[in-house]
Design a protein around this ligand. Structure first.
Ligand SMILES: *[C@@H]1O[C@H](CO)[C@@H](O)[C@H](O)[C@H]1NC(C)=O
Ligand SMILES: *[C@@H]1O[C@H](CO)[C@@H](O)[C@H](O)[C@H]1NC(C)=O
Ligand SMILES: *[C@@H]1O[C@H](CO)[C@@H](O)[C@H](O)[C@H]1NC(C)=O
Ligand SMILES: *[C@@H]1O[C@H](CO)[C@@H](O)[C@H](O)[C@H]1NC(C)=O
Ligand SMILES: *[C@@H]1O[C@H](CO)[C@@H](O)[C@H](O)[C@H]1NC(C)=O
Ligand SMILES: *[C@@H]1O[C@H](CO)[C@@H](O)[C@H](O)[C@H]1NC(C)=O
Ligand SMILES: *[C@@H]1O[C@H](CO)[C@@H](O)[C@H](O)[C@H]1NC(C)=O
Ligand SMILES: *[C@@H]1O[C@H](CO)[C@@H](O)[C@H](O)[C@H]1NC(C)=O
Ligand SMILES: *[C@@H]1O[C@H](CO)[C@@H](O)[C@H](O)[C@H]1NC(C)=O
Ligand SMILES: *[C@@H]1O[C@H](CO)[C@@H](O)[C@H](O)[C@H]1NC(C)=O
Ligand SMILES: *[C@@H]1O[C@H](CO)[C@@H](O)[C@H](O)[C@H]1NC(C)=O
Ligand SMILES: *[C@@H]1O[C@H](CO)[C@@H](O)[C@H](O)[C@H]1NC(C)=O
Length: 361
């Protein structure tokens, strides 16, 4: 044993002494004099193109909300002029993010802004919808970031998406709800992100690059807690102590489309699934993808419906964060395969419909 181990130890030691002082061995691209801030694969290009669609949507959305609803309407909801200014500031951040992605993709390859339509009728709807959209943008980027071939581009996206996560938190504070009721932000796949944002994109310039990810059939949560049910707060606040909006075991009613429906810019995309019989509901929250059985599945009226129960529990046992709190993602699946954040894309081929965004807290 001793004689076998000796050469190995010597090898490691030799590496350590040859490195520059204070420079541990290993790591990726730790000493590059010319990092490549460009897509290095089709995976990179498509992921960054999707991220750019997301940034343009947010840029337009924040401006739209400020233009559509009067200062008086915001103030009626106790969203002051200062609060309105941070929304304008967040739009400016989106402009920066869009320029960054345009630079990475290159002027001839970067997609341009589109026309959009949002399901918002009041200033409160706008704040709640913006929270959902930033949650999707953040989770979508976390899903692909660590898989990019261009580690240099990933560095810049990391520095972008951390601001996006702050925006999500601020939109919660503007609703007067607890800012971050979780210990980890979740990650979703590009197809899940694209499924969630495509319905709000009406038309895009003809020269835009198509998004090559899958559009899953749409999923609705029929009894999702909505703004008016969320809290009895009296407007924006840094934090508020309250209970979750939902409880483990509570019944959740779902309805979803069959595949083959046109969706997205110019209705030029078609929803698709490669999954079989719907059997489970996947709950993506924090670091976990947890399944609950899907029951009462029906397609009587041409609309697919089913029921499940919200799971419960804490992420690492007693005294740790509730696994299902905050804004999270649910999908109807044909299987309950085990996935973790770094291989969540294995779930794509099992998605019957979704995700939908669930407001647990
Ligand atoms: C970084 O790379 C240069 C050139 O390849 C080399 O001379 C230098 O020793 C490297 N530095 C470290 C800390 O590895
Ligand atoms: C466009 O993308 C392709 C493929 O990534 C790359 O070869 C080309 O240089 C890019 N063009 C510009 C103008 O950035
Ligand atoms: C957006 O809509 C306007 C008005 O219908 C239209 O003129 C314009 O071409 C559209 N732009 C894009 C990018 O689809
Ligand atoms: C929100 O939920 C309440 C209570 O269930 C309901 O009365 C109201 O119509 C819902 N609002 C929207 C916009 O769905
Ligand atoms: C605005 O704040 C006041 C005072 O705290 C409160 O009474 C009122 O209900 C709030 N308005 C709304 C729409 O939340
Ligand atoms: C806030 O909620 C926690 C957990 O429910 C509770 O232990 C604590 O006493 C509450 N604090 C206040 C100030 O209400
Ligand atoms: C759950 O979410 C609610 C509402 O956001 C929050 O007030 C509460 O502190 C959270 N509870 C835990 C244990 O994280
Ligand atoms: C989902 O909800 C939207 C908005 O309420 C509605 O237009 C759509 O028809 C619903 N789809 C399904 C499959 O329930
Ligand atoms: C889904 O995509 C596959 C592969 O492109 C295709 O063969 C199938 O017809 C599509 N299904 C629908 C419903 O569009
Ligand atoms: C649901 O029913 C409609 C109308 O009968 C049918 O077109 C559709 O394919 C069915 N969906 C599924 C998933 O079986
Ligand atoms: C949640 O995910 C973490 C990290 O993968 C894991 O250690 C933990 O056991 C999971 N918790 C539950 C309740 O599944
Ligand atoms: C998957 O479902 C089966 C049968 O319903 C169950 O025995 C198994 O524990 C589930 N696995 C996961 C990871 O949820």
């Amino acid at each position: 044993m001793y004689f076998l181990a000796l050469p190995l130890l010597t090898g490691v030691f030799a590496k350590v002494v040859s490195a520059a002082p204070f420079t541990p061995t290993g790591g990726l691209d730790t000493n590059s004099s010319s990092p490549v801030y460009q897509p290095l694969s089709d995976f990179d290009f498509q992921s960054l193109n999707l991220a750019l669609y997301q940034e343009f949507l947010e840029l337009d959305l924040f401006h739209h909300g400020l233009a559509e609803f009067s200062a008086q309407e915001f103030e009626f909801n106790n969203i002051t002029m200062d609060d309105q200014f941070i929304i304008e500031y967040m739009a400016d951040q989106e402009l920066g993010h869009a320029i960054l992605l345009t630079n990475i993709l290159g002027p001839n390859n970067a997609s341009k802004p589109c026309n959009y339509s949002y399901p918002v009728e009041t200033a409160q709807d706008f704040i709640q919808f913006s929270e959902m959209v930033t949650r999707v943008g953040e989770a979508g980027a976390y899903g692909f970031l660590e898989h990019l071939d261009s580690r240099a581009a990933a560095q810049l996206i990391l520095q972008t998406v951390t601001v996006e996560a702050r925006q999500e938190m601020i939109f919660r504070q503007l609703q007067g709800i607890f800012p971050m009721p979780f210990a980890f932000n979740p990650a979703i796949t590009q197809s899940m992100q694209w499924t969630l944002i495509a319905p709000f994109i009406v038309s895009c310039p003809a020269e835009n690059n198509r998004v090559e990810f899958q559009n899953f059939p749409a999923l609705n949560i029929t009894n999702n807690p909505n703004f008016t049910m969320l809290s009895n707060s009296s407007g924006p606040t840094v934090s508020v102590n309250e209970t979750a909006f939902s409880t483990p075991g509570q019944s959740v009613s779902l309805s979803w489309e069959s595949p083959g429906i046109p969706v997205g810019p110019n209705n030029s995309y078609t929803t698709n699934t490669t999954a079989g019989t719907p059997q489970f509901v996947a709950w993506i929250s924090q670091l976990n993808t947890t399944y609950t059985p899907l029951t009462n599945v029906s397609n009587n009226t041409g609309v697919n419906t089913g029921v499940t129960q919200q799971p419960g529990g804490t992420i690492y046992g007693d005294g740790t964060s509730l696994t299902f709190n905050g804004t999270l993602f649910v999908l109807v699946t044909d299987s309950n395969i085990t996935v973790t954040p770094a291989n969540i894309s294995l779930l794509n081929s099992h998605v019957v419909a979704g995700p939908a965004v669930y407001r647990a807290g």
